[in-house]
Design a binder for this molecule. Structure first.
Ligand SMILES: Nc1nc2c(c(=O)[nH]1)N[C@H]1C(S)=C(S)[C@@H](COP(=O)(O)OP(=O)(O)OC[C@H]3O[C@@H](n4cnc5c(N)ncnc54)[C@H](O)[C@@H]3O)O[C@H]1N2
Ligand code: MOO
Length: 646
């Protein structure tokens, strides 16, 4: 039965954490932790449960620390260059006699009754006699018993993360096993009737379960042991049973999806029934509907279904709980100060996490926001970090100082591309990494957004394809108009084939733009300001076709792929876009025109990146790789179309 009550109360993140952590602490979740014995040779990264004491001394015998002769020190007293001492060389099995010595190698057991070693380079051996010209001090060049570790001495303290030299020290101290804190077992239960386990089972409306694998991987990264439960459909009793069963074998249970207000979102009610529901709803975005509960003294957490929400809430509410349970140190979060590349609106009352690409441009570090949708998993892949827009903030202005939480403290040198995206840019990124060791990061904001980013020194590179209706010329009039200053150059990347996409077999027999005004032909358009829309308007005007006579001119979508998907779904007969999009969805393509996709490069003169990029664009390897995508002509790639050095 659905109660209709959506959320308890959206708590601020800090409050939710305090409640969550406080209750777990009160339940002794961080104190009573299971331990286990593991072979020392498999203990890397584990955390010692107790202090570990040596079972034997290291070394456990007195041994030679150098190659040389083992002697009794008092036999050498008084030796000098003018009064050398001669010692008798004894064989290994011969008993020691005063004035005798043995040849030893580093690590050899020191022969009985000797107490020092003289290095071989300080000895002259002739006729079974060793001549020395300096006195030795007792125990010189000898590794004495326990020099390193003494039996019963503490080798490692408790709650110590075992590193490679620790493995060696434990073994040297005579230990074969070590008591460590057990890895917390975390069962991840993917819920949702729409979920399927394998890509081959996908059909419209079905969703591939990727989150459970992502969350198990995250648990592993945080020291735990992720156990994936099989998919449970949206059924109150089945989810409840899955949680009950999982609780028996786990230290923590994560359910994924079903946290929100939908008719089949049961998580919160189930957890309230099974234990104490602490939180349902945190004032964060993404991740608002997260559910936190304690059942049988164990944390049970309902993570939202959208992948980005699931990942970010796991980082907020799972990671440090697991680390603390294992006594693992909480790593310091690396942060970087940056300026925001463009304006960001945000909801007041929720803390919003925006994934960003980062680049250092003309001396300042710029953070360019990426797609914000909770379902846009690729934003987490492309981003170098996340910035939090505080709950009280309605948003941030372009140029605002922000602090970015970095995913990786080691930031490679980046080339930040802001503008219109094209598949060729991804390939440029691969070449740039190979040849110049730089990472190409991209934020897609359209051509005009790219020009503005260059103008404000907030991008190294901008992809642009803008047609000037008056001259029929691409890009050059725009850079000259909007970028009167700055150290930029406009470089040709490709000519892209633009055309009409139609269903396979071209059922309406569309041949060109003139067909768009035919009765019964429906069109799907690109949004105003997009390069494709500019091109269509230009060509319509040139051919004297009135947009008003078209059915669907007003129907707008915002990507090439969305045009293709609309036609594929039968919601329009045709629409304009690039060949690669038609190819991707198996549509037929009627070529209409070519457009010029160029890049504006913005690097200081001393930076060789611009040169490297132009070199790549001109290379045969790059051209071939891009042309293979279909619909690209790279004959002019790498040609500088316009420059400005003001
Ligand atoms: N009326 C309202 N609707 C929604 C609200 C709201 O406040 N009022 N909140 C939205 C927010 S915010 C989020 S986040 C989501 C959370 O949704 P649920 O946790 O209930 O999850 P589902 O609706 O079942 O799934 C959301 C989405 O994620 C996909 N999904 C689920 N599991 C997986 C998985 N294992 N692997 C990959 N993808 C998965 C699922 O198919 C859906 O597409 O609710 C909003 N709605
Ligand atoms: O909380 Mo949801 O994750 O904002 O989309």
């Amino acid at each position: 039965m659905h109660t209709g009550r959506a959320y308890l109360e959206c708590l601020p993140r800090e409050k939710a954490w305090e409640l969550w952590h406080g209750k777990l602490e009160a339940a002794a979740y961080f104190a009573d932790v299971p331990v286990e014995l593991v072979p020392v040779v498999q203990s890397l990264g584990r955390v010692t449960a107790t202090c570990i004491y040596a079972g034997q001394s290291v070394p456990h015998y007195n041994g030679a620390a150098m190659d040389g002769i083992a002697i009794r020190a008092q036999d050498t007293f008084g030796a000098s260059e003018t009064k050398p001492v001669h010692l008798t060389l004894l064989r290994n099995h011969e008993p020691f006699i005063p004035g005798g010595c043995y040849i030893v190698d580093t690590g050899d057991l020191l022969p009985a009754e000797t107490n020092a070693v003289i290095m071989i380079e300080d000895v002259h051996i002739e006729d079974a006699l060793a001549e020395i010209i300096a006195a030795a001090t007792p125990w010189q060049h000898v590794r004495i018993i326990g020099e390193d570790i003494v039996v019963n001495e503490m080798v490692l303290p408790e709650h110590h993360v075992i590193r490679p030299p620790d493995v060696a020290a434990l073994l040297a101290a005579g230990l074969e096993t070590v008591e460590v804190i057990s890895r917390p077992i975390v069962t991840v239960i993917p819920t949702g009737t729409e979920l399927v386990p394998r890509a081959q089972d996908l059909k419209p409306g079905a969703i591939l379960d990727v989150n459970s694998h992502m969350l198990c991987a995250a648990v592993t990264e945080w020291g735990g042991q992720g156990e994936r439960h099989e998919i449970v459909p949206d059924d109150y009793e089945q989810i409840k049973q899955a949680v009950i069963t999982s609780l028996k074998t786990s230290d923590m249970v994560i359910t994924n999806a079903g946290t929100s207000a939908g008719t089949e979102d049961y998580t919160a009610r189930i957890l309230a029934e099974l234990g104490e529901l602490l939180v349902h709803g945190v004032a964060i975005k993404p991740g608002k509907p997260v559910v936190l509960a304690i059942c049988n003294g164990k944390p049970v957490i309902g993570l939202p279904g959208y992948p980005v929400s699931a990942m970010l809430t796991a980082e907020l509410f799972v990671r440090d709980i697991l680390r603390e349970r294992q006594k693992l140190p909480l790593p310091e979060v690396p942060v970087m100060q940056a300026v925001l590349a463009r304006q960001l609106y945000s909801y007041v009352g929720v803390e919003e996490y925006v994934r960003v690409s980062i680049g250092k441009i003309q001396g300042k570090t710029v953070a360019a926001p990426l797609s914000r949708g909770a379902g846009i998993l690729s934003s987490l892949i492309k981003a170098q970090g996340v910035l939090a827009v505080g709950a009280a903030s309605p948003g941030l202005q372009a140029g605002a100082a922000v602090e970015v939480r970095l995913f990786d403290p080691q930031q490679p040198e980046t080339v930040l591309a802001v503008g219109s995206h094209d598949l060729a840019l991804d390939i440029l990124g691969v070449f740039l990494k190979r040849q110049a060791g730089k990472l190409l990061t991209a934020a897609n904001v359209g051509s005009m957004g790219g020009i503005m980013a260059i103008k404000n020194n907030e991008a190294h590179l901008a992809g642009v394809h803008m047609l000037d209706e008056k001259t029929g010329e691409y890009n050059i009039p725009f850079v000259n108009k909007y970028l009167p200053k700055g150290n930029w150059q406009l470089v040709r990347l490709a000519k892209r084939e633009q055309g009409l996409m139609v269903l396979p077999g071209n059922p309406e027999n569309i041949k060109g733009l003139a067909d768009l005004v035919r009765k019964n032909i429906t069109y799907v358009n690109r949004q105003r300001g997009s390069g494709t829309r500019m091109l269509l308007d230009y060509l319509l005007k040139k051919q004297g076709i009135s947009a008003g006579d078209m059915d669907g001119y007003e129907k707008e979508v915002s990507t090439h792929m969305a045009v293709a998907a609309t036609i594929k779904a039968g919601a329009a007969d045709t629409g304009m876009g690039i060949r690669a999009a038609a190819q991707a969805l198996g549509l037929e393509f009627i070529p209409i025109s070519h457009e010029c996709y160029d890049v504006i490069l913005n690097f200081p003169p001393e930076d060789n990146a611009a040169e490297a990029i132009i070199g790549i664009l001109q290379s045969a390897e790059f051209r071939q790789e891009v042309e293979r995508l279909g619909g690209y002509d790279l004959t002019e790639a790498g040609t500088v179309m316009a420059v400005n050095t003001m």
